[in-house]
Ligand binder design. Structure first.
Ligand SMILES: O=c1ccn([C@@H]2O[C@H](COP(=O)(O)OP(=O)(O)O[C@H]3O[C@H](CO)[C@@H](O)[C@H](O)[C@H]3O)[C@@H](O)[C@H]2O)c(=O)[nH]1
Length: 309
């Protein structure tokens, strides 16, 4: 099959594209030419450098494609930094993709998120596909709006609501890390399992339905479990509870029985995910050697990011 992946050099996109190619599909990669994306694109063929807001460029990229995997978009915390741009990219970009898909008679897999369920910690887990959605911020509002648009498409569509997919790149500490209550349920999914769900989806009977993409029972943890592991890898140790919000935040466990039955993508455990998170978040050896000396300073630096502390 000919498959276009938008946002192809992102966290899920790069894994999805590699696995689609490994399965023998002809894959076209569309993304914006940031410095990081240009580096990641080295050695790749059939790359289209285009802004998803450019309707003409999107039309050209979608021509002749059997399936469009639409991942291009801004995610938190970038959405809050520039909400207008984020809306233009997330909602406007999806409108462009849907117009192109309709014109060229392609199918679309749209990347959504578990954030669409809103605040659900007071409900019994797991979240199921048919539960109501409730926007809690710009990002979840964009995804809910896009899901509505996708469901109205004249062409076959599928919506993937992803759980938390940690990237395999270093992330700088950001205030958002304090926004999630430590006891929140959160379901992780390995980026290669997320990519496999996409790759297996293009030839599966997924059309006209919404799918929950989480790592399964073994990847259903509490936020403190995953954060604790990352902080230990830094050599920083646990941070005070009072640094973390107690306001509701939209993470939860997902019912993935049906998506696993159809897509057969859950191959990695919580330990597997944490091992790459630790590998990429760990400072270099030299920094680790001096860390015991500067530990109090490093902890203070991170704690300063907390609006609650
Ligand atoms: O204006 C923009 C901004 C971003 N991107 C690309 O979009 C991709 C986003 O990837 P990344 O930031 O690594 O996020 P992921 O974790 O891969 O996010 C995926 O999974 C999320 C749900 O977890 C979805 O919301 C996203 O749309 C989907 O890309 C990257 O390639 C970006 O270059 C664009 O093409 N245009």
């Amino acid at each position: 099959m000919q498959v276009l992946v938008t946002g192809a050099f992102g966290n899920i996109g790069s894994s999805a594209a590699a696995q689609l190619r490994a399965q023998g599909h002809e894959v076209r990669l569309l993304d914006v030419p940031t410095r990081a994306n240009l580096r990641r694109a080295q050695g790749c063929s059939d790359v289209v450098w285009a802004d998803i807001r450019d309707a003409d460029a999107v039309q050209r990229a979608v021509r002749d494609q059997d399936v469009v995997v639409h991942l291009a978009g801004l995610i938190p915390p970038q959405v809050a930094e520039n909400p207008e741009l984020a809306r233009a990219v997330n909602v406007g970009g999806t409108e462009n993709v849907l117009e192109a898909v309709a014109r060229h008679r392609s199918r679309i897999i749209f990347a959504s998120t578990l954030d669409v369920y809103g605040h659900t910690q007071h409900l019994a887990p797991p979240r199921r596909v048919d539960e109501p959605t409730a926007p809690t911020d710009e990002y979840s509002g964009h995804k809910i709006r896009c899901e509505e648009l996708v469901r109205r498409s004249s062409q076959p569509w599928a919506i993937y609501r992803f759980g938390d997919v940690p990237p395999n790149e270093t992330r700088r500490p950001h205030p958002i890390m304090f926004a999630i209550p430590l006891d929140n349920r959160i379901e992780l999914v390995h980026r290669d399992d997320a990519g496999l769900a996409v790759a297996n989806g293009v030839t599966a009977d997924i059309w006209g339905r919404t799918w929950l993409i989480g790592g399964g029972a073994g990847c259903q943890v509490r936020y403190r479990d995953m954060l604790g592991r990352a902080l230990d890898a830094f050599g920083l140790g646990a941070l005070p509870e009072s640094a973390f919000s107690t306001d509701p935040y939209c993470t939860d466990w997902l019912d993935t029985a049906e998506s696993q039955r159809v897509l057969q993508f859950q191959r990695h455990s919580f330990e597997d995910i944490m091992s790459y998170v630790v590998e990429y978040s760990r400072p270099p050896l030299a920094a680790r050697l001096v860390l015991p000396l500067v530990r109090p300073l490093a902890r203070r630096h991170i704690l300063k990011l907390s609006p609650h502390f």
